[in-house]
Design a protein around this ligand. Structure first.
Ligand code: UDP
Ligand code: MG
Length: 337
């Protein structure tokens, strides 16, 4: 039992905390979307107010040149539900989202695009699903309103590839409309254009992930910020993710194994050739097999050393940031009353 004064102080602090901790922070990355923003703010505010949810909207201006930043600056001074984060230049959607995450105070975090393609009406549905005990609920644009050849086809292929390789079983990785538990977001570091792989990163962190179908609309204002070149970048990011998933805590198991196999194979061939030379006095200097043996031996040593170096790097990675190699979902003890 807490003693009187402390108990009262604690209740005050808890009260003050719950006053500033909204149920949900809505994070919106914005790059040249000035026409859409007023509609978007309106739609988010009316939906969340109607659902009786306390919320904050965090608009991150990613170096827009069309006046989005000025508009946000003005709005944020009037509205109490809006926080505007203005970045110094255009860093890309991932960085903008990451800035939003870092400023979000909510218990849950919802991300969506500023271009009105995602519909804020779906936010309460995502949150309800999150309440069922998930850490991440992803939107699935079942009726996607984008061009067929340039958008849908690459996206279908990318989704298939990602599903095959990351063991996260959802239909639509590219949908920005997602809801996260705040603790999960705090554990994830974003780089490059990894926002598309947030479910995969979350999976590495041990999150429970699910999806629900969400609405999707065609772009009303402005134009998409991405072209076909995105496909290549997605593929490269996929490789990074695969690497992270496999090797993050035990690189030596993988590199060491292949290094060992390569060295053993090279060694066996070398012994065979030496035997031929010594026992039968055969000429082995011009045999392709000799080159193979040398190649395998060298590759093996390299892989082995690479594994050792990776082990060192992983230790630095975990220890320098105080990142444990596990994630705790909950700690249960008999509570002291
Ligand atoms: N965006 C951003 N920085 C960028 C590119 C895009 O913040 O460098 C934002 C953009 O304003 C939008 C979201 O990211 O809110 C998704 O962009 P877009 O709608 O162009 O992508 P698409 O829907 O075509 O995949
Ligand atoms: Mg869009």
């Amino acid at each position: 039992m807490r003693s009187g004064l402390i108990s009262q102080r604690m209740t005050e602090v808890e009260g003050a905390m719950s006053a500033v901790v909204p149920a949900v922070s809505v994070v919106v990355p914005i790059y040249n979307e000035v026409e859409s923003i007023p509609h978007l703010l309106e739609a988010i505010a009316s939906t969340l107010t109607a659902s009786d949810l306390s919320y904050e909207i965090i608009c991150v201006d990613d170096g827009s040149t069309d006046g989005s930043a000025d508009f946000l600056r003005k709005e944020a001074q009037i509205r109490s539900d809006l926080k505007a984060i203005i970045l110094r230049r255009n860093y890309g959607q991932t960085a903008a989202m990451s800035a939003g995450f870092n400023h979000a105070l909510g218990k849950a975090i919802v991300t969506l695009d500023a271009d009105l393609q995602n519909d804020p009406v779906d936010i309460p549905l995502l949150l309800a699903k999150l309440e069922e005990g998930y850490d991440l609920v992803s939107g699935w644009r079942k009726n996607r309103q984008d061009g067929a050849l340039k958008r849908l086809l690459p996206s279908k292929i990318a989704n298939w590839l990602i599903r095959r390789t990351t063991s996260v079983n959802i239909h639509d990785y590219g949908c920005s409309l997602k809801a996260y538990r705040a603790e999960l977001v705090a554990d994830m570091n974003l780089y490059g254009e990894l926002h598309r792989f947030l479910p995969a990163l979350a999976y590495i962190e041990g999150a429970r992930i699910t999806e629900i179908p969400v609405r999707h609309h065609a772009r009303r204002f402005g134009q998409s910020k991405y072209g076909l070149s995105r496909t290549f970048r997605v593929l490269m990011d996929l490789l990074t993710i695969l690497f992270m998933k496999k090797f993050l805590t035990r690189p030596m198991h993988v590199f060491g194994l292949w290094g060992m196999i390569s060295m053993l194979a090279g060694g066996a061939i070398a012994i065979y050739l030496t035997f031929l030379k010594l026992a039968f006095h055969e000429n082995i200097g011009d045999r392709p097999l000799l080159i193979l043996a040398v190649l395998l031996l060298l590759t093996g040593v390299q892989l082995f050393c690479f594994g050792l170096l990776a082990e060192l790097l992983m230790r630095t990675y975990h220890e320098s940031q105080g990142r444990p190699i596990y994630r705790v979902r909950e700690v249960v003890t008999k509570s002291v009353k």
